[in-house]
Design a protein around this ligand. Structure first.
Ligand code: ZN
Length: 117
């Protein structure tokens, strides 16, 4: 499927190809608990991820061992995706930012990121 998404203000837009999204993933790490987003259960390879940023709006945050990269829009503060520590070249997408899916309608699994070192 072809999915499109964007942050709240539209400065960060993206598109990717993937399997149909039928469930999400929520993480219990100290950062994700605060964000509360439902993410894709799969990751998106960089080869099929198309990102467009205007006004240099995309910033990132790292913590812990600094391998995961959590992106956010500098204008509206929304977190559209991150690059997970397990696959630092790929993207896990915030389903709430997608045009084709309503994150609140999806079941989700919980990943215990808090238990990681
Ligand atoms: Zn924005």
């Amino acid at each position: 499927m072809h999915y499109t998404g964007h942050c709240h203000c539209g400065a960060v837009t993206f598109a990717f190809e993937s399997e149909p999204i039928q469930a999400g993933l929520r993480c219990k790490c100290s950062l994700c608990e605060r964000k509360g987003a439902t993410m894709t259960a799969f990751t998106v390879a960089p080869a099929v991820f198309k990102l467009t940023v205007t006004d240099d709006a995309l910033a990132h945050y790292r913590f812990g061992d600094l391998t995961a990269t959590h992106f956010f829009c500098k204008r509206c503060g929304i977190y559209p995706f991150h690059q997970p520590a397990s696959q630092p070249d790929s993207y896990r997408i915030n389903i709430g930012c997608l045009d084709q899916v309503n994150a609140s309608d999806l079941p989700f699994e919980v990943y215990d990121g808090a238990a990681l070192p």
